[in-house]
Ligand binder design. Structure first.
Ligand SMILES: NC(=O)c1ccc[n+]([C@@H]2O[C@H](COP(=O)([O-])OP(=O)(O)OC[C@H]3O[C@@H](n4cnc5c(N)ncnc54)[C@H](OP(=O)(O)O)[C@@H]3O)[C@@H](O)[C@H]2O)c1
Length: 285
């Protein structure tokens, strides 16, 4: 079962190959969603300070009746924290909200505050936030540290100043929108790429060509899309608040043919992300 498989991070920590995304599940409803996911065998949960549901994620983790050492919890330093003090304080707040002694992976949510995403230079601020993560790592508060939404320049900036190398870069990656150059660069640097919005934030479900290919494997489009990420060596983070979907997204007992994988790699881009285009991560910045 894929949910029991792990990737090794560059510091030796093992990370479950499929994570459960929790963006847009509120603090109350996330408790049941995470409990459902854990009962179905998921062992890796992805949250963030910005999702305002760390308390609920922590409650589900603490009350699931599963040994903490079997669970992997990721959270993110908010994109707006670009000083050492702000980032360090937020790490302690995350630990408190989650109600946990350690966070398995903590990453910088984005290289710029969202209001200035891809527009301003926060190289110095990112090094400051990184230093706060390094200190929390050294203090045993976090087991692995990493990045999110960092382009090659942003990663190079961290590598030039880091004493601890980032373990991951969590980026937008799904069929039709896969940043192959960034993936190659990060993989060469021994950073694992986590694929967020692996189902295109739901947009891939609308595509007839993908539906046809999925039928060939007797799977759904989300299953095809999640398998695509794994075939590229990425770690997909599907989100669902629906128990049947959560279950289906973990049933990945099929392999794509090399031909289909090539076709999916060249898939034409999604024109836009509908109502979700308001979010900086989807409006092609
Ligand atoms: N680092 C970042 O900046 C960043 C940005 C975006 C996302 N993320 C992370 O990545 C996670 C996933 O991304 P995402 O939430 O944007 O989108 P996603 O996982 O690509 O897609 C989620 C959407 O697809 C639907 N869906 C999922 N599985 C389905 C299935 N089997 N059948 C039918 N519909 C299905 C969900 O609806 P239902 O809930 O109704 O099933 C939801 O509308 C997030 O939750 C978050 O943890 C990180």
């Amino acid at each position: 079962m894929i949910l029991q498989e792990t990737y090794p991070l560059n510091n030796g920590v093992k990370i479950p190959k499929v994570g459960f995304g929790t963006w847009m599940i509120d603090d109350e409803n996330v408790v049941q969603a995470v409990k459902d996911a854990l009962a179905l065998g998921y062992r890796h949960i992805d949250t963030a300070q910005a999702y305002e549901n760390e308390r609920g994620v922590g409650e589900a983790i603490r009350t699931a009746g599963i040994d903490r050492s079997e669970l992997f919890v990721t959270t993110k330093v908010a994109a707006e924290h670009k000083t050492y003090e702000a980032a360090a304080q937020s790490i302690d707040e995350s630990l408190e909200k989650l109600g946990l002694d350690t966070i398995d992976l903590m990453i910088i949510h984005a290289p710029q505050p969202w209001a200035e995403f891809r527009e301003a230079n926060y190289d110095a601020g990112n090094v400051e936030a990184w230093r706060a993560l390094e200190d929390a790592y050294q203090a045993g508060k976090i087991r692995a540290i990493g990045l999110s939404n960092f382009n090659q320049h942003d990663v190079e900036n961290i590598l030039a100043h880091a004493t601890i190398k980032p373990a991951v870069n969590q980026v937008l990656a799904h069929i039709s929108n896969t940043p192959f150059d960034l993936i190659d660069y990060c993989q060469q640097q021994n950073l694992l790429i986590e694929a967020y919005s692996p189902v295109g934030h739901g947009e891939l479900l609308k595509n007839a060509e993908l539906k046809k290919m999925a039928e060939k494997y007797h799977v759904s489009v989300p299953q095809l899309a999640i398998r695509y990420c794994l075939a590229l060596g990425l770690l997909p983070l599907p989100k669902s608040a629906n128990k049947a979907h959560i279950k289906a997204n973990s049933e990945l007992d099929f392999e794509l043919t090399a031909e289909d994988l090539e076709q999916l790699k060249k898939f034409k881009p999604i024109a836009d992300y509908g109502d979700s285009s308001q979010f900086p991560v989807y409006n092609k910045k």
